[in-house]
Write a protein that binds this ligand. Structure first.
Ligand code: PLP
Length: 369
């Protein structure tokens, strides 16, 4: 039994006193937002850290998704995954776009490329896959389909901060990739997000869109939105970045211990990580299979009784929420893998300061059920 509640995640926070000089600098400059010095420094620092050339910061990941769809003028229908956080599909509905759900791959839990083509109609203009849990999508297969049908690809990479494949950052794929820096993500700025752009021209357009469409004092070129990241959030990001490698190393160690301790537990399965070159260990999902003595929900409740608050990410599927479930593509028969995974999954607590004792506790509940 853990003596305090252990949640699925806990935000990383640097030492408070190290943040004070950043605040003093903001107070001195009197620049609070609108591409101030902290914002510009964070864009630069993140480009370098992530290994991407052009990045536009946002106030959160959802506004970044909305803006990405606007930037590419996406309309009609967009193929996406039901196995994600609800913002993925909501960003389509908010743009008057119809989401078309396609099933996931049973290994990666990402959009199954072999099922995309059957869902393409004359209205389809784009594909919006998610690198779920930071596991890379089959980017090559997806791009091949997009090229053949002249579709845009917008990656919801909210989970994929720092993830790399053999060619470099996973964020370089598709037309645009979106990050979230929400408090619960691997890298957080309290609230925040970003769009990774392929070139300077696209970034400039997106920079205009996130500031109401202003190009200069008297010129508005598009019906933009307010998607700007404030100086406080950007400053916090700069400080966070100093600790990110340490945070990732601690996550990696927790991931290793879970794998070691759970590998011989009958009825518990997890991803072997073989598709990734550099992972970010953002989540530790397990599947509770039929051979496990407890059902998924029984295990979820048993963990709660031990003061451990795991989460069933992603249950229910996005396609089960009321604004989606009437859609033809939301039928369970169309999404059998996603439905099965969604009914088996539990994400175990993983965060840099996860206590060794609490972890032992979690492992004990799983091993002795
Ligand atoms: C967190 C998340 C978002 C939304 O990001 P916010 O910064 O919270 O707006 C979008 N998609 C996925 C997959 C997410 O996990």
């Amino acid at each position: 039994m853990s003596d305090r509640p252990v949640y699925v995640t806990q935000p990383s926070l640097p030492p408070l006193d190290e943040f004070i000089p950043y605040l003093e600098s903001i107070w001195d400059s009197k620049r609070l937002t609108n591409a101030g010095p902290m914002h510009e420094q964070l864009e630069q620092a993140l480009s370098e850290y992530l290994g991407v050339e052009h990045i536009a910061l946002f106030n959160n990941g959802t506004i970044a998704l909305l803006t990405a769809l606007q930037a590419l003028r996406v309309t009609g229908e967009v193929i996406t995954t039901p196995y994600s956080f609800v913002a993925t599909a909501h960003s389509l509905l908010w743009n008057g776009i119809k989401p078309v759900f396609v099933d996931i791959d049973p290994h990666s839990f990402n959009l199954d490329p072999s099922k995309i083509e059957a869902a393409i109609t004359p209205e389809t203009t784009a594909i919006m896959p998610v690198h779920c849990y930071g596991r890379p999508c089959d980017v090559v297969a997806i791009q091949k389909i997009a090229d053949a049908y002249n579709l845009n690809v917008i990656y919801d990479a909210a989970h994929a901060f720092g993830v790399k494949d053999s060619g470099g950052s996973i964020l370089r794929h598709g037309d645009l990739s979106i990050l979230s820096f929400h408090a619960t993500k691997v890298f957080n700025t309290f609230e925040g997000g970003a769009i990774i752009c392929p070139d300077a021209k696209t970034k400039l357009h997106i920079d205009h869109l996130k500031n109401f469409g202003f190009v200069d004092e008297v010129t508005v070129v598009a019906p933009g939105i307010n998607g700007k990241m404030s100086e406080i959030n950007a400053a916090f990001g700069l400080l966070q970045l100093k600790y990110i490698d340490e945070a990732l190393a601690k996550r990696c160690e927790i991931d290793r211990i879970y794998r070691e301790s759970l590998k011989d537990v009958k009825g518990i399965t997890f991803y072997d990580g073989s598709d990734q070159v550099t992972a970010n260990y953002s989540y530790f999902p397990i599947l509770v299979e039929d051979e496990f003595p407890l059902s998924r929900d029984e295990l979820y409740n048993k963990l709660k009784d031990h003061n451990i608050y795991s989460r069933r990410y992603f249950y229910p599927l996005i396609s089960e929420f009321p604004m989606y479930r009437g859609m033809e593509s939301a039928r369970i028969s169309n999404l059998s893998v996603a439905n099965s995974v969604s009914n088996k999954v539990i994400c175990l607590p993983i965060y840099p300061l996860l206590d060794k004792k609490d972890m032992a506790n979690i492992i004990n509940v799983l091993r002795n059920s």
